[in-house]
Design a protein. Sequence first.
Length: 379
Amino acid sequence: MKRFVLVALMVVAVPAVAQEKVVHFSSINGQTGQSAAYGSKVIEGVNLAAKAINDAGGVADRCGGRYKVKVTTGDMANSREQAVSLLRQAAADSTVLAVVGPSPSTGYVPMVPVAGQLKIPVIATGSGAPIKEWNPWAFRLNTTSKVAAPGMMKTLKSKLDIKHIALIYDVTQDGQRGEAELIRNSAKEIGYDVVAFEAFRAGDNDFRPQLSKIKASKADAIGIYGATPELAKVVNQMAELGIKANIVTGFGTFNDPVVWDLTEGKVKGGYSWSAYFALEDPARPDIAKMVQIYKKEYGHDPTLYSFYGWDALNVYVEATKRACTATDREKFRQALNTIENFPTLSGKATFKNPPDGENLSAAVIVNQTTGRGTFEALK
């Protein structure tokens, strides 16, 4: 007689564990070429932010998902064509959610229409050139020349009583040329004369012909608009020719330690505009923390562009939390438009696109360079 034994199997419910995934961003900027001094710092900021987030346990979204951050870096080498090619590569990779775009307008401006065509979000990290036609896929974190340059000139007119300004600018750089044109076009409204408007090209080494004309103009202020290598050469050759005048630029360029070193401090006393940027601010412990880990990681101080890279990635991470996705670009784009007064190291971020992708709460500070990487805000 066979006996059968019935065995009762107890099924124990195990609590579901949130599956950790990867959220993948492409970082495109100038690592080589004329804009490397800016782009390399953005890249450092992006990569450091990703590392800090991952070391802290990654990203937890509002729907129970958890992600590690992955960043793929591409060098646009100050080339429009290379910037667009890298954007197309990123868009073709279905694992890439969005692109942290470049600091030079040379790359960002041609990216804008392509981002709209390919339907992939891209955010600028320093570009200041005007965008002729926005689309819902393009955003810009940083303060732009359109507001900042005329505001700076109004402040300098009030403080220094500038009457005659000469401008020397890189015709190949959209952002630099655009700001020089803004200052020229704002002259009548603000109350100064543009007595010289001299162009050069990226890669030029001798600026003496343009500077000789500027010296003869007897300008009491000189606006210098170019990427770091050319800007530094202009400043040095001004000293050689004995040109003495207030010097002006945009984008916080005179506050860059690289510019200070290349000019041996000749930019001291120069005026610029930038977003909020301070290596030491007792009221902002988050800045002190970032600076500490940045110096430990890279062995040098961050610049404003480092902050832009850090901030851009953190804005993207916040949008990921709200969108609850690492792959749906449309949901992610919509989530970016819900960000309002989001705190960043360089100020705050607010996006409402359409009608455009500008940061609606970007801050502007007019400042005077006082030392290597240091400045005082004008009030």
